[in-house]
Design a protein around this ligand. Structure first.
Ligand code: FUL
Length: 688
């Protein structure tokens, strides 16, 4: 008889928890700890993952934020197929899809009767097309939930900033809700908060500012939506039911409270939040939200996407994954292949719940109707609860034999509020001692779902120590898994002098090529940094020689090295961090001193473009939003880096034609946050 069976047949009240269960009577449920979610918020959170589709005029003009003046005639998908999107999205396990019915450029993907700036004036299906209708029909056919994104900021509309636009905005919401959403469940409505101020505005081409809290009349908008869909979640505006997580990278804080109050950091929420406002993590499968052919090489890696899942769903948030539909009107094959790989990895990682059917022992039990059996019975609505006075206690799971394990999934019964703020996980070692698991995860909040990743241990027992909570514990589910190791592709970096550094997880070999061929385990083995002081592409894989497993291929194309670059303006500056090949260090240009960075390349080159990356560190500031670029005093480009504040990724400027020269001047016309300094994490030139 092992320890587990022994316990099952013992009934010593108080001392042994499982036994305590049997001796207990039924108890009344714990009081809620406020704030608590609505049923609609609970149902939405249970969706866990859903998709975004960004598609529109931007797609055809290689833009992220159209100015509102790109002609409607440029919208021309050759082979639009909303059913293809829905099939892929559903096969990858997403429960719904949100469409950018109108982005900031004001172009509507449905033939709105309130504007001419829409699909009806495009060549697509001779102006007879209606993308909102297509997607609604596809969702209805496949049983996928539907959501709408409608940008309040409209850079096309002549009346933007005046009362007439507010009416227009409200009319469009009426049009969408009442004209399109019959017999479909609208699960979410997205009011994007972005507003860069300037736009075409019917030809005025000027900057207009509004007070978003009063101008758009969000209360009216929400009343329209909720009149028909009382359960739809509202993102943004003045009456949200969920919150933006504060970044566009797909991660929530390790500590993540659904309770929230004004002023809280959206990554974390807070235990004394007054409103139930759970976090949604929006992220694109590529760097941009809209499709750009150059980003075909930049689809997020499998390991990155898997990580995003753990850092969103695994941290009490939902995941909103964007697909930038390509020029032909379909999800790009690289994106669909990657997301299916992602689904497969997650299915493998969560294949067999090692705790299914194992009865837990609990240090305290409120009553027989709140017994720890609820933790592993597969029923979301049953939960283990403790006495009102007990917030510190443990649950223990005993395996029949040594069991390797490296994941623990915990869920609180959130209808009664979010409670746990500190816990620890332990395993039984070979000497029958409890040891802490080795993990980089901090074990603070749980909420709807928390997943902890740790080093594999082969053990006969797991124990969760609940250490702090806002009230008696209410836990409805605990699962454990053994996830196969996922090979992570190497990271590739080159310093200013042209030395290339590759790194991979401990234990993995790195094999690489520099001749354009795909690396295999037979390719050159990386043993030390190597020199590549010229233009070229490094491709590399991680390889596990024990299990003969390779990672996906990492690839990085480098242009001329920056060692020979020297700063001309501002005089006396070296700006080394801007040229060091390391995007996590940044140089700041003090704008009161100079608004430009001019540098000499150390030789004459034929230049085709430039890349600029702002400081993307958590507290980074001063991303350049408007620029002018000169080569040897000739202006070669000017423009805007759209959405750079919310998404501080590398920006590419391609010059209209190649130009010979050696002095590049980058003029900062504006920063997205009006900071006193502009940040330069990296600046490079592209040569022919
Ligand atoms: C941001 C927008 O500005 C981006 O273009 C994108 O739509 C993203 C989802 O939200 O605020």
């Amino acid at each position: 008889m092992n320890r587990y069976t022994l316990l099952r047949f013992t009934c010593i009240c108080g001392a042994v928890a499982l036994a305590a269960t049997a001796c207990r009577k039924e108890a009344k449920a714990p009081d809620p700890v406020y704030p608590i979610p609505t049923q609609a918020q609970i149902d939405w959170q249970k969706m866990e993952t859903y998709a975004f589709v960004h598609f529109g005029l931007n797609t055809f003009n290689d833009l992220e934020w159209g100015y509102g003046d790109t002609p409607a005639e440029t919208f021309n998908p050759t082979d639009l197929d909303a059913e293809q999107w829905v099939r892929i999205i559903q096969a990858a396990g997403f429960k719904g899809v949100i469409l950018t019915a109108k982005h900031h450029d004001g172009f509507t993907l449905w033939p709105s009767k309130y504007t001419e700036y829409s699909v009806k004036n495009s060549p697509w299906r001779n102006g007879e097309g209606d993308m909102v209708r297509d997607l609604v029909n596809a969702c209805r056919k496949y049983g996928l939930k539907f959501g709408l994104y409608l940008s309040p900021w409209d850079r096309n509309h002549a009346e933007y900033g005046r009362p007439a636009y507010t009416e227009y905005f409200q009319n469009q919401i009426q049009e969408l809700i009442n004209g399109y959403c019959d017999s479909i469940e609208l699960f979410e409505y997205w009011f994007d908060g972005a507003n860069g101020g300037d736009g075409y505005y019917g030809g005025a081409r000027e900057k207009r500012s509004i007070d978003p809290n009063s101008y758009y009349q969000y209360e009216r908008a929400v009343a329209t939506i909720h009149a028909k869909f009382p359960n739809a979640m509202i993102f943004g505006g003045t009456e949200p039911t969920i919150r933006w997580v504060g970044n566009e990278e797909g991660w929530a804080g390790q500590t993540d409270w659904a309770p929230y109050k004004t002023g809280d950091n959206p990554h974390y929420g807070s235990p004394n939040g007054t409103e139930w406002l759970p976090a949604e993590c929006d992220v694109s499968i590529r760097p941009g939200w809209f499709y750009h052919p150059r980003e075909d090489q930049a689809v997020r890696s499998l390991s990155h996407l898997v990580n995003i899942y753990y850092q969103s769903v695994g941290r009490n948030a939902t995941l909103l994954m964007n697909f930038p539909v390509a020029l032909n009107g379909k999800i790009h094959p690289l994106d669909s292949a990657r997301i299916m790989e992602w689904r497969q990895v997650l299915d493998e990682q969560f294949q067999t719940n090692l705790l299914a059917g194992i009865e837990a022992e609990a240090g305290n039990v409120r009553g027989s109707n709140f017994a720890p059996e609820a933790l592993t019975d597969g029923d979301w609505d049953t939960y283990w609860a403790t006495d009102d006075s007990v917030t510190r206690t443990a649950v223990t799971f005993t395996f029949d034999s040594l069991t390797p394990v490296n994941r623990l999934l915990l869920q609180e019964y959130i209808p009664l509020g979010q409670r746990v703020s500190k816990f620890a996980v332990e395993y039984l070692d070979s000497l029958n001692q409890w040891q802490p698991i080795q993990t980089e995860d901090t074990m603070t909040t749980i909420g709807y779902k928390r997943i902890i990743r740790f080093e594999t241990v082969a053990t006969e027992g797991l124990r969760v120590q609940f250490q702090e909570a806002r009230g008696p514990l209410c836990i409805n589910n605990i699962e454990a898994y053994l996830a196969p190791v996922l090979m992570v592709e190497p990271s590739i970096r080159r310093n200013a002098a042209g030395t290339v550094f590759l790194s991979a997880p401990i234990g993995a070999e790195i094999h690489y090529t520099t001749d354009g061929s795909t690396p295999t385990p037979q390719s050159k083995l990386f043993t030390e940094p190597f020199e590549m002081p010229y233009k070229g592409t490094v491709q590399a894989i991680s390889y596990d020689p024990t299990f003969h497993k390779s990672s996906a291929v990492a690839s990085h194309t480098f242009d001329i090295p920056t060692a020979a670059f020297s700063v001309v303006t501002p005089e006396g500056e070296k700006a080394s961090a801007a040229f060091d090949g390391n995007p996590s260090t940044a140089w700041y240009l003090l704008l009161s001193k100079s608004r430009e960075l001019e540098f000499d390349l150390g030789g004459t080159y034929t230049l085709t473009g430039l890349t600029y990356a702002p400081d993307a560190n958590r507290w980074g500031m001063g991303p350049v939003s408007k620029y002018r670029i000169f080569v040897d005093n000739r202006e070669v480009a000017h423009g805007e880096f759209s959405n750079i504040k919310a998404s501080p990724i590398e920006q590419l400027v391609t010059f209209p034609q190649p130009i010979e020269g050696r002095r590049v001047r980058f003029v900062v016309e504006a920063t997205a946050d009006d900071a006193a300094s502009a940040s330069f994490a990296e600046i490079t030139v592209l040569t022919r």
